[in-house]
Ligand binder design. Structure first.
Ligand SMILES: Nc1ncnc2c1ncn2[C@@H]1O[C@H](COP(=O)(O)OP(=O)(O)OP(=O)(O)O)[C@@H](O)[C@H]1O
Ligand SMILES: [Mg+2]
Length: 275
């Protein structure tokens, strides 16, 4: 019952948004916001769905992307939730990853977002049509997956209002990546952004071991630690039970910090690590 009420409310909101955009009455806010926080919030809304389907959900913001921007955080979150929500809906196994990179800094900060999944994919012939209102790639998917076919239409209009564009690359049975660009005013200068990267000087060259069986998470964590000036070593698993007698090569150095994923199935012998 709660689910039907939520779905109905979602459809009504979508139709209202769609009408607003169509009559040119959608105005975007220009308020300061924190980009990483906004993305974190958007993905938090989707984390339960990802968990229920057994999918990995991750996001990565390139280190040179400034944090404090000015624009419409609510509408940006709506685009991300639409695209990442689609990615989860049309993926049965694997992962959904949201990535943000810098395109250009001046006169405004232009960011490039990529939302990729390892799902069913979209045939070439349908790729151009899916941004049209009420259009779904395949009539039969409507019954299987639900929805009204407005999510992408609204998202693409919002992207336009943010001075960007949206496009898709997809391979059937392999997965889909939606890209969009958007421009924001920046609250910081280039120098301030760079300074904030080096603000945590005490972490400089600190050796840290990252053990995670998910390659995407490993890459994201490695990059974040790199950006903080630390020296990460990445490993996909801890020592196996069979290798008890032999210390794995990555454990021959002294690490000051460890990142161990609690769910890493192969991490069986954490006793190798000093306390
Ligand atoms: N990540 C994806 N993988 C595969 N197909 C996708 C993906 N994203 C969108 N599509 C296709 O594009 C269609 C349109 O997407 P859109 O978000 O506009 O509508 P919807 O998700 O079907 O419904 P709504 O968003 O209104 O609930 C989808 O029905 C689906 O066929
Ligand atoms: Mg949708």
């Amino acid at each position: 019952m709660k689910f039907s009420a939520d779905s109905l409310l979602q459809i009504i909101n979508d139709i209202l948004d769609f009408s607003k955009v169509e009559v040119g009455k959608m105005d975007l806010e220009q308020e300061p916001f924190n980009l990483r926080e906004t993305l974190g919030l958007a993905l938090k809304l989707l984390a339960v769905r990802a968990h229920e389907k057994g999918l990995e959900l991750a996001y990565r913001v390139a280190p040179d992307v400034p944090d404090t921007l000015r624009g419409d955080a609510g509408r940006l979150r709506q685009i991300i939730v639409n695209l990442a929500g689609n990615a989860l809906k049309f993926t049965e196994r694997g992962e959904v990853v949201v990535q943000v990179e810098m395109e250009s800094f001046s006169p405004q900060v232009r960011l490039k977002f990529a939302i990729s999944d390892t799902g069913i994919g979209i045939v070439k012939a349908h790729q151009a049509r899916i941004f049209d209102a009420f259009t779904q790639a395949d009539g039969s998917t409507t019954r299987k997956f639900g929805g009204t076919g407005l999510g992408l239409t609204i998202s693409s209009r919002l992207v336009e209002l943010m001075g960007g564009r949206i496009w898709v690359e997809s391979e059937l049975e392999k997965g889909t990546t939606f890209y969009f660009t958007a421009a924001f005013k920046c609250q910081q200068t280039v120098a301030e952004v760079q300074d904030s990267l080096f603000a945590v000087a005490f972490l400089n060259s600190l050796p840290v071991l990252v053990v995670d069986d998910n390659a995407t998470f490993r890459k994201i964590l490695g990059e974040m630690l790199d950006a903080l000036g630390m020296t990460p070593t990445l490993a996909d698993s801890g020592p196996r039970r069979s290798g008890r007698s032999k210390r794995p090569p990555f454990l021959t150095r002294a690490f000051r910090w460890y990142w161990l994923t609690p769910t890493c199935p192969k991490w069986t012998d954490s006793h190798w690590l000093p306390n």
